[in-house]
Design a protein around this ligand. Structure first.
Ligand SMILES: [Zn+2]
Length: 106
């Protein structure tokens, strides 16, 4: 499940589509970057193309449970946007401008 679109209400804009990260352990929304991790199985278990599935977990008990399930590598969720922007060759300013053109971000 992990990354999904949810419909959220904001003043004057009900039911806006909003990318949302769901914890793969408890299946609740991770509401702030500081309360989550992104995790994957160790490098020895990536597929033949050097790719591993990304899982999300709340810090604390959910992250410990995720590690028990074999996801031994993890990084704080707050770092993910920077890594993605670098790997996509996109600046934060470009990303914000595009999001603003799509409508008020939620
Ligand atoms: Zn959780």
């Amino acid at each position: 499940m992990s990354l999904v679109i949810t419909l959220k209400d904001s003043p004057g804009a009900p039911g806006r589509s909003s990318p949302t990260i769901i914890c793969d352990v408890c299946e609740e929304e991770i509401k702030t970057a500081g309360e989550g991790m992104y995790e994957w199985v160790s490098e020895a278990e990536v597929d033949g193309r050097g790719r591993a599935t990304v899982y999300f977990a709340h810090t604390g008990d959910c992250s410990w449970e995720s590690k028990r399930r074999g996801r031994s590598s993890s990084i704080p969720l707050v770092a993910l946007p920077a890594y993605l922007l670098r790997n996509l060759g996109c600046s934060l300013e470009e990303s914000e401008e595009s999001a603003d053109n799509m409508g008020k971000p939620l």
